[in-house]
Design a protein around this ligand. Structure first.
Ligand SMILES: [Zn+2]
Length: 245
């Protein structure tokens, strides 16, 4: 009952990471959505979830792994999942042919829409294509670390949620997301601590809470509200997204 009053930091998009990383998340009150992206990660995430019922888990076949798994193999995992993701397409960091990626992506979009489960999207280099594909499957979508200066309006038209990349201070595309999207659609993210170190340089994992507070504060300033208000709004945004339609 008291839980509603507690302010959480939000990490709207992360990966399983190390035990140390998960420990920091627990100690620093970071409400984290973990995404499992392939069969081995699904098994691992499922094990973690059964040990800790408060853990937020999303299951989906990540575009990088989309050649490795059939729809039949995925289906029981997606059926069990409360959230589907991260799924999508990627023509920048991925060698899997786009038609293979699209097939796996659309199969998952279809099941998610049928079962009314919210979806986390990976859109790298395929922003325009994905905006057209998801328009065919009305659902609740969370676009993770949107990094393109183009096509953002298509996602705004579909009332998407957005995670705010940890490089908000440096990345013009992330800044555009924050300025254009309504405050009740924004959630901070790390994409896992290794992604933070990749984007911002090596730093100790203990700085996670501090970084999320910093990005939350910057988001608040850009939206013209106080950091306290923003830090209360983000967990609400995350819960509203997770609740689906
Ligand atoms: Zn990710």
């Amino acid at each position: 009952m008291e839980e509603n009053k507690q302010i959480f930091r939000c990490d709207g998009h992360a990966h399983i990471g190390t035990e140390k990383e998960r420990q920091v998340r627990r100690e620093q009150n970071i409400m984290t959505m973990y995404c499992g992206g392939n069969p081995a990660e699904w098994e691992e995430l499922y094990k973690l979830e059964s040990q800790d019922s408060s853990l937020i888990a999303a299951y989906g076949l990540h575009p990088w792994h989309s050649a490795r798994c059939s729809v039949e193999e995925m289906e029981p995992w997606l059926k069990r999942a409360k959230i589907i993701g991260e799924i999508g397409m990627d023509s920048v960091w991925c060698q899997v042919p786009l038609n293979v990626q699209e097939k796996a992506f659309c199969a998952q979009l279809e099941l998610a829409a049928k079962w009314k489960k919210p979806v986390v999207l990976h859109t790298k280099g395929q922003e325009e294509k994905i905006s057209r594909l998801i328009a065919k499957y009305p659902n609740k979508y969370l676009v993770h670390w949107y990094s393109s200066l183009d096509y953002l309006e298509k996602y705004l038209d579909l009332d998407c949620y957005f995670t705010v990349g940890p490089d908000l201070e440096q990345n013009e595309a992330v800044q555009q997301v924050v300025s254009m999207a309504p405050a009740n659609r924004l959630i901070t993210e790390t994409d896992g601590w290794s992604a933070v170190c990749w984007a911002l340089g090596e730093r100790p994992v203990e700085e996670m809470g501090e970084l999320l507070d910093f990005v939350c504060g910057l988001t608040a300033r850009m939206k013209g509200i106080s950091q306290e208000e923003m830090s209360m709004l983000m967990p609400e945004n995350m819960k509203r997204f997770m609740a689906g339609k």
